[in-house]
Design a protein around this ligand. Structure first.
Ligand SMILES: Nc1ncnc2c1ncn2[C@@H]1O[C@H](COP(=O)(O)OP(=O)(O)OP(=O)(O)O)[C@@H](O)[C@H]1O
Ligand SMILES: [Mg+2]
Length: 222
C-alpha cells in the first residue's frame, strides 16, 4: 500500500479553563502512511491524549481537518459526523489505553470475540490472536484473574483481531513494570509490522518512541 492513511492539516484545539482560553493543539500538520508507526511525545500536558482523542473523533477540533482513508472531518459535531466517527472506531481504528479496557463479565477470549463481532469480522480466530500476543493459556480466564501485563496483551489481541488500518495507543505500557512493558511493547511492534496496520503511539518513554518509524514532539510543535 502507498499514499496517506491519516492526514492532519492545521489542527487547532483550545480548552477554556477558569475563563481563560488555553491552546493545546496549535496548527498541527502531519500525515501517516499505511503501515507506518509514529510516536507522539511531549511533556505531561502537551496534548498527546487530546490529539489521540481528536484522531478517533472523541473530541472535535476548533478548526483544521483530519482525513482518514481520504474521508475528511472538520469541526462539525452533528449527528452524522459523530455516527461516522463511531463507524470508523468500530471498523477501522483500534484504540488502546494505558489500562486495558476489558469487559469484566467476559473471559479474555469472549472480550476478543465481542470486539471482532462489533467490527463485523465473524471469521476471526480469537484464540489464535490471544496466543499470538502471548496469553493463549489465559483465554478462558476473567480480567480480574490475570495480571496487568496479561490484560494489556488481551487488549492488544482485541484490536489486532478486528484487522484495523490504524491503531491509536495512549501510553499502552504506562501502567506496567519495565520488564513487562518491554515485553508487551515488543509484541505490539512485532504484530503491527506483521499485520501492516499503522500505529500512532503516545508515550513518555523515549525507548518506546525510538522503536517507531517517526517521532512527533508536541512540546516542540506549534
Ligand atoms: N476536557 C478538558 N477540559 C479542559 N482542559 C483539558 C481537558 N482535557 C485536557 N485538558 C488540558 O489539556 C492539556 C493537555 O492534556 P493531555 O491530557 O492531552 O496531555 P498529555 O500530553 O496526554 O499529558 P500526560 O503525559 O500527562 O498524559 C492539559 O493542560 C490538560 O489539563
Ligand atoms: Mg496523556
Amino acid at each position: 500500500m502507498s499514499g496517506t492513511l491519516l492526514a492532519v492539516e492545521r489542527l487547532n484545539l483550545a480548552f477554556v479553563s477558569a475563563g481563560q482560553r488555553v491552546p493545546v493543539i496549535n496548527n498541527l500538520t502531519f500525515s501517516v502512511a499505511p503501515g507506518e508507526s509514529l510516536a507522539v511525545v511531549g511533556r505531561s500536558g502537551s496534548g498527546k491524549s487530546t490529539l489521540l482523542n481528536l484522531l478517533c473523533g472523541l473530541q472535535t477540533p476548533d478548526d483544521g481537518v483530519i482525513a482518514i482513508d481520504n474521508e475528511s472531518f472538520g469541526n462539525a459535531s452533528d449527528a452524522v459526523s459523530i455516527a461516522r466517527w463511531a463507524e470508523l472506531r468500530r471498523q477501522l481504528i483500534g484504540v488502546v489505553f494505558q489500562q486495558a479496557n476489558l469487559m469484566p463479565a467476559l473471559s479474555l477470549v469472549d472480550n476478543v470475540r465481542l470486539r471482532t463481532h462489533l467490527a463485523g469480522r465473524h471469521k476471526q480466530d480469537e484464540r489464535w490472536w490471544l496466543q499470538r500476543l502471548g496469553v493463549g493459556d489465559q483465554a478462558d480466564r476473567y480480567p480480574d484473574r490475570v495480571s496487568g501485563g496479561q490484560a494489556q496483551r488481551a487488549a492488544l489481541a482485541m484490536v489486532f483481531a478486528m484487522s484495523p488500518s490504524l491503531i491509536l495507543a495512549d501510553e499502552p505500557t504506562g501502567s506496567l513494570d519495565r520488564h513487562t512493558a518491554d515485553e508487551v511493547a515488543e509484541s505490539l511492534f512485532n504484530v503491527q509490522v506483521e499485520t501492516g496496520c499503522a500505529l500512532v503511539l503516545a508515550t513518555h518513554d523515549s525507548e518506546l518512541a525510538a522503536c517507531c518509524g517517526r517521532v512527533l514532539d508536541l512540546s516542540a510543535a506549534g
